[in-house]
Design a protein around this ligand. Structure first.
Ligand SMILES: Nc1ncnc2c1ncn2[C@@H]1O[C@H](COP(=O)(O)OP(=O)(O)OP(=O)(O)O)[C@@H](O)[C@H]1O
Ligand SMILES: [Mg+2]
Length: 404
């Protein structure tokens, strides 16, 4: 008999975290506090846009939905593939970028609600599937087929399904489970270190409950993103969790299996008397939280190196040097945009030390190369990152197969 009271998700929090967990919390918050600090806010905002596409790429990839970054960019520009399946993947990718952007906007203006609240989570799901064709909402299984309602919990027996070896609570209990979930993971009720540890714990327990018929994986990763922003380790959107969940801590196929293995291990029932007092193993939760923290730290460290302003300037210069279409003077412009966030079109001649017309030609070539752009035709220009330049400017951000 499976226990159906919401307490089934206990132990939900680490009341007595291990020394390794405490160290990881300290390291993560210190690393996140410095990520992007040397960047001009405008440059940082453009890089956060890159991170949104990257997080989306990996979050969908985890579900086996492969959409290349350039196809995500095209979707954001309203250009969709003719092929129906690819188009649907593009639609969900664009939605993911949009929802993540909205989370970050709310966090920046201080209006982000409790990320683990039932209302917020249902909003995430509703927004993620807003405008999705019925076909994307259709859930098909061995003996079932139905169209999912965005933002609605599982509510009928046909919505219930196993996740790997794990059987989540049945549909009629989801409302109660999620109410309990909200109470346990309210950030407002936790201290700073407690909040940071709660991100991984909530990530697992959410997927354990599996409140929606589909889309739980993506929504849980967006919820984790919101929790990170909310507890102050979000670094204005300059890092995100999905790349790390997808790749794990060790290089190669072993690392790519870590997420599933760790999720599965955290489903374990309590083992004996010194494993907490709940239905689920406290020791396994501790291991999962530790893994989640290390994955987070690994991502923050990686992004800090990738977005290090001196090294980024060097790679921009090197990119210009090896380019066949860009003149060496283009490097000055790019560097100026990097350091100052944006450059007025009228300043280009002064910056490059070239006559007006030549300078304008150089600016045109950099815009054509997709490395500078502006919101309006005459407006000041800031950095952009073209698909062609991605792998060179941001090595290892994507697997090699994604950017060719
Ligand atoms: N053993 C497990 N216990 C709890 N959660 C798990 C387990 N294995 C995987 N998960 C979570 O479930 C998600 C995928 O499961 P599933 O494909 O059923 O979810 P989903 O509802 O289809 O979500 P999505 O549509 O985003 O894939 C994974 O991304 C992971 O977060
Ligand atoms: Mg799915």
């Amino acid at each position: 008999m499976v226990e159906e009271t919401p307490q089934r998700i206990e132990s939900a929090l680490l009341d007595e975290p291990s020394a390794a967990v405490i160290d990881a919390v300290a390291e993560l918050s210190a690393a996140a506090a410095t990520l992007g600090k040397a960047l001009h806010p405008k440059t940082a905002a453009n890089l956060a846009g890159l991170v949104r596409v990257m997080n989306t790429y990996y979050s969908n990839l985890i579900e086996g939905h492969h959409t290349r970054p350039r196809d995500i960019q095209r979707a954001l520009a309203g250009e969709f593939d003719k092929d129906k399946d690819r188009r649907n993947f593009q639609i969900e990718a664009a939605a993911h970028v949009r929802v993540q952007g909205e989370i970050e906007r709310q966090a920046a203006e201080g209006s982000l609600p409790e990320p683990a609240s039932a209302d917020f989570i249902r909003w995430l799901h509703r927004e993620f599937y807003k405008g999705a064709p019925d076909e994307m909402l259709r859930v098909k299984g061995k003996d079932r087929e139905f169209v999912m309602q965005p933002g609605e919990w599982r509510s009928k027996p046909e919505h219930d399904n196993a996740v790997g070896r794990h059987v989540p609570p049945s549909s009629e209990r989801i409302g109660d489970f999620m109410k309990y979930f909200e109470e346990r993971y309210r950030i407002a009720g936790l201290g700073t270190a407690g909040r940071i540890m709660a991100i991984g714990a909530a990530h697992h327990r959410f997927n354990y409950i599996h409140p929606f018929p589909d889309g739980n994986g993506r929504v849980s990763r967006l919820m984790s993103h919101a929790m990170g922003m909310s507890v102050g380790i979000g670094a204005n959107g300059l890092w995100s969790i999905s790349r790390g969940l997808s790749r794990g801590l060790v290089e190669g196929p072993e690392g790519r299996a870590e997420y599933k293995t760790m999720m599965d291990a955290a489903d374990s029932p309590r083992q004996g008397d010194i494993d907490g007092r709940g239905n689920l193993s406290l020791r396994a939760l501790n291991e999962f939280v530790l893994w989640f923290l290390r994955v987070s730290l690994d991502q923050v460290t990686f992004m800090s190196e990738l977005f290090d302003i001196d090294r980024l300037a060097m790679r921009l210069r090197a990119y210009v040097e090896r380019s066949e279409t860009l003149k060496p003077d283009a490097a000055r412009l790019l560097e100026e945009a990097l350091m100052r966030g944006e450059v007025e079109r009228g300043e280009v001649s002064r910056i490059t030390g070239l006559p007006e017309r030549t300078a304008r030609r150089i600016l045109g070539s950099v815009i054509d190369a997709g490395l500078l752009g502006s919101d309006t035709e005459k407006g000041s220009v800031s950095l952009r990152f073209s698909d062609e330049a991605l792998e060179f400017l941001f090595p290892r951000l994507y697997p090699a197969t994604a950017t060719n």
